[in-house]
Each structure stands twice: as C-alpha cells, then as structure tokens.
Write a protein that binds this ligand. Structure first.
Ligand SMILES: Cc1cc2nc3c(=O)[nH]c(=O)nc-3n(C[C@H](O)[C@H](O)[C@H](O)COP(=O)(O)OP(=O)(O)OC[C@H]3O[C@@H](n4cnc5c(N)ncnc54)[C@H](O)[C@@H]3O)c2cc1C
Ligand code: FES
Length: 269
C-alpha cells in the first residue's frame, strides 16, 4: 500500500497472546489494565515504510501503555494480524517550500521519521531539520546512545542522521541537548535563521500542549504549520464520531468539529 507520512492503520490485536507476567517489564500500575480483553482496533502510524516487490515492510515504534501494546510485544516474524489502512490524511508539503522543520514531542516521532524518509527519498531539494523533545534523555524514543561526537555536529539522532538530516534534541531536565522545551528550542532556531519564513513549513506531532505551543509560534511568525493529532478512535473510518476535533474556521471566531480519523490526523494549524 502507498502510505502517506502521517496516515495511520488500525490494528486488530484481539487474538494476539498476552506475554507471561515476567516476560515484559510492565509497570505495576498497568498490570491489571494490560490483561483486559480488547474489543476495538488500535491506531498506529508508521516510522518507516519500504515497498519490496509485492510486499511492504512497515516499521512501528510503540510504547507499552495497555492491553494492545503489551500484546504487541509477543509478536514475532511470520505472525499474522489483521490491519486496515492506510487511513486518514497525512502531511501535505505545499509546492515551493524549501525547508521542512520536523517537530516531535515524546512518542510523537514515528510519522516524522516517515516524513523524513519520504522527503529524502527523491531529490526534492528540500532542506529538512528535525527537533525532538522529551522530559529526559531516557524518555527520547530513539534506539541506542546519542553519539556525543555527532551531537556536536548536529547529527545526534541516528534515526534522522541516516537520511542526512540535521537533528536537534531538547530535554526538559537538560540531560541531553537543549535544556528546555522543544518549542523554546524551535523559537530560538527561528530567531537565529536567516531563511525566509514563507519558504518554511513546520510539521509537528506530539502531546497537545506542545502542538498548541507550536501552532502559536507559527501563527506569530506567519509560518505554515501542520499538526498530527491523537484521539481515541473506535472505527477509524469516520462512522462513530468518537474522534472529534474542534477546529477554528479560517477568518472567523466560529469552530466546527472534524473527525480526526478521516479529516486528519494531520490538520493545518
Ligand atoms: C493516528 C494515531 C497514531 C498513533 N500512532 C502511535 C504510534 O506510532 N506509536 C504509539 O505508541 N502509539 C500511537 N498511537 C497511540 C495508540 O493508538 C494508543 O496508545 C493505543 O490506545 C494503545 O493501546 P493499548 O490497548 O495498549 O492502551 P489503551 O488501554 O488503549 O490506552 C492506555 C492509556 O492511554 C490513553 N490513550 C490511548 N489512546 C489515546 C489517545 N489517542 N489520546 C489520549 N490518550 C490515549 C488511554 O486513555 C489509557 O489511559 C497513535 C494514536 C493515533 C490516534
Ligand atoms: S474513529 Fe470513528 S469517526 Fe473517527
């Protein structure tokens, strides 16, 4: 399937086995929740998508938070699960943009990694810079140690460096990279750059307060911005209305509700 970065798929994990209690380090407070039965599919976006002949390899990055994600830890090569996708609308980079800033908070990096892959797969001439933030270095959703030498060169995250993309890190406690919020790191980056703002687009994914902060910075500087929203999703195809997002109507004070699964999850900020 042809996945647009930011689109997602609905995974049926109801028939996937639970791990034995000691096999996965599930935090005590999640143990009861993790053993619950699963009725609904769960939405996940992709970090990397690689077509290979009549097959497509898709890489997921997930955090164990409940019954579906704990079951995902028992999947191994050759297992089959039912997946519906691609669903929703992904990031759309308008013609003429010369710089794409990828802004990820917490577990919000998978669709941005996919966007990085897609933007660098062709010779688009677009410059891509990634800024990733988390509370601490340990909470950053990247594998392995952040290389100290490459960090001084600005290529600190292997997941983005492999596409030749400059990446900056921000941690709330200063344990890696910029000491502070990733939105403050963005504001400083924009202060220092001499690029024309109308050639830039910000593509963000992460917790809602972070997305609100990015949207505000983008509005103040008149920079195009798209945000990937998360909602609890039941059907994933626009039928149940469980994923409504309140959106401003351009040029007025009115708001309307859009469906995150069908009109999003990526929205213009
Ligand atoms: C479009 C989209 C893409 C996503 N991509 C990823 C991804 O790439 N990697 C990843 O780890 N997760 C992703 N998620 C989140 C993932 O779908 C949920 O965490 C999922 O519910 C986990 O299932 P579970 O049964 O393990 O836990 P659940 O029992 O379903 O949830 C555990 C806890 O998280 C809360 N929660 C779950 N989903 C949401 C939500 N959307 N908004 C706010 N709170 C929520 C629940 O209230 C509960 O407290 C995505 C969500 C959306 C909407
Ligand atoms: S999840 Fe059912 S309408 Fe969006």
């Amino acid at each position: 399937a042809n996945f647009q970065p930011g689109q997602f798929a609905q995974f049926d994990l109801s028939k996937t086995a639970l791990p034995s209690p000691d096999a996965v380090p599930v935090p005590e407070e999640l143990r009861d929740a993790c053993s619950r039965k699963i009725l609904l599919r769960r939405p996940f976006s992709f970090a990397e998508v690689t077509p290979d002949g009549d097959k497509t390899f898709a890489e997921l990055l997930y955090c164990v938070v409940g019954p579906a994600t704990v079951r995902m830890t028992t999947l191994s090569a050759g297992d089959r699960i039912d997946v519906i996708g691609p669903l929703g609308r992904g990031y759309r980079i308008p013609e003429g943009k010369k710089t794409v800033l990828l802004l990820g908070g917490g577990m919000g990096t998978p669709p941005l990694q996919h966007l990085a892959q897609s933007l660098t797969a062709r010779d688009t001439g677009i410059n891509v810079v990634s800024l990733s933030g988390a509370k601490t270095a340990e909470a950053l959703p990247f594998e392995g140690r952040l290389d100290e030498i490459s960090q001084t060169l600005g290529f600190s995250v292997p997941e983005f460096a492999k596409y030749g993309i400059e990446s900056l890190i921000a941690t709330d406690d200063g344990s890696a990279g910029y000491h502070g919020l990733v939105t403050d790191c963005l504001a400083e980056w924009l202060e220092k750059t001499d690029l024309a703002f109308d050639n830039i687009i910000i593509c963000a994914c992460g917790p809602e307060p972070m997305l609100a902060g990015v949207a505000q910075i983008a509005a103040e500087k008149n920079i195009d911005c798209q945000v990937c929203m998360e909602r609890r999703m039941a059907c994933g195809i626009g039928l149940c209305q469980s994923c409504a997002v309140e959106c401003k109507v351009a040029g007025s004070n009115e708001t309307i509700y859009k469906m995150c699964c069908q009109d999003g999850p990526v929205f213009d900020a």
